[in-house]
Design a binder for this molecule. Sequence first.
Ligand SMILES: [Zn+2]
Length: 628
Amino acid sequence: MRCCGWHVAACGLLFSALAGAESKLTAAKPAPTVMLALDATEAPRKILHARLTIPAKPGSLTLYYPKWIPGEHEPSGPIANMTGLHFRANGQELAWRRDLLDAWTFHVDVPAGVNSVDAALDYLYPAVLESGFSSGSSATEKMAVVSWNQVLLYPAGWTSDELKYEASMRIPAGWKFASPLPVASQEGAEVRFAPASLTTLVDSPVLTGQYMRMEPTGENPPHELDLAADSAAALDGPPDFFAHQRELATQAQKLFGAYHYPHYHFLYSLSDHVAHFGLEHHASDDSRVDERGIVDPLKRKLFAGLLPHEFVHSWNGKFRRPADLATPDYQKPMQTDLLWVYEGLTSYLGDLLSARSAIRTPEEARDNLAAIAADLQYRPGRSWRNLQDTADAVPAMEDFTPTWQSWRRGLDYYDEDVLNWLWVDVLLRQQTGGAKSMDDFCHAFHGGASGAAEVKTYTFEDIVNTLAGIAPYDWRKFWSERLTNHGPGAPLTGLENSGWKLVFSDIPSDLTRATEEDREWIDSRFSLGLHLRADGGIVDTIEGLPAAKAGIGPGMKVLAVNGRKFSKNVYRDALKSARSSSEPIDLLVENTDYFRTFKIDYHDGEKFPHLERDASKPDLLSAIYTAK
Ligand SMILES: [Zn+2]
């Protein structure tokens, strides 16, 4: 599952620079209010119909379809799915042409005597299951997620804060809906939302469906868990699940000391026919998992970190936002160099809150941390690519296959920075004799006055200065080293100084077992260096470990082990029995229609990660995970 937030064309940069100049020139004009009427009654057919009335004056009208999507950190606005485009004024069809340098930009010829243009467009949800962020599959027979950026155009010349939209929506008969966007009125299936800036509209998705359940999970301000599913049965989570979500709101308030939303909606989609990811918004999230995501204990365990992560983004990502990610509209490219704070710190704090709110038991929280540490420990791509580059390259490299991940590196600023921010938490505690911690950083950096949503931008300097205000230390040197070092191995100093060691045993943790079972994987990355699908297909090989050294690579498929047809058990048994044998493990492998036998001289058995208590050091990790 991907979480939160891909390519820059030189022409896009050029065009945006021009748009920015235009914005400055016209900022003195009052910003127009755009009327947007959305017909979502055909969502199950995977098509939405939008009508917009856009104030205009005679001449050339430039309109944008949102391109750079907040939280996705890339130009992922699904322009290929925006269809049925027509412009009319005074009963006349108007000519339009797409910009030659930017496919998200349209130019419309507005005749004399016209002061507004009616636009019609359709948005096509993917017709077959597609992964991805909000442009992935989002509608089923029984439910849909509407992302407003997908069903609108906006005029050039103003920022998204300046432009106002009055949106309405017709939902399928008998369906309910939830959204952080305030409702002005509702008549049957017709919902009129209160006028809002374009920024707020795009930041306020609507979850709608036949089977929905809304559960209050906090007061002052109100928090609500809004579930939509493909069946009524999928809404029937255990009381503990809802109790832990309530505790999440409580623990977050204690961690940050303030909130920056008038109300918060957890929008949680439960379906096997929508894309699975989490996307943050200021006063809601848009999180999507399997239909049985809250009723199946195994899946609850797998998805335990998702809602805490997206919730933390309200403070870290939405309220406090890297200055170069806080763009004035959806046309200007985003710069992603501070995602190690935006996503990395969010991952650290999300995991911390999942433990403090009992969404994860302490053991589950440690198993999650062990999995992260082991994954980074066996990440040979660190030798050529530093952590900073994994953030810098996001707009071009976020969407790639999991093959060769250990050598290419992935979105490592999520997980590697869980280890780095843990290191910071430990250092703050050590430098102040236990008086201060990341809780103090969060109060200072994410706190302040509670109330309405606002954006307060920051730079690298603000991070090191805030840390220095909590505890004196050379934080600039610390972060420079963390962002540019090449290992070898994971940054485990913070973990080890928190009183726990990364160890490996031949027994998988419950989390490893659950992940293998749910994703139909076989994880032998830390032994043979092979990451397999349950059918023997090779997802990844770890450079330098036995399988890769023997000549095996991603994309090949294991057909037989020691002469017997491949299965998970046959493979696992072979690794176990090799411990007491001097014979190599014999793998018959298929590669582009050819068969080859590889003999691997490996006798150390299976290896799965765990954390083991180091009694020589104080147990800071347990203190970090304890509820406030
Ligand atoms: Zn995130």
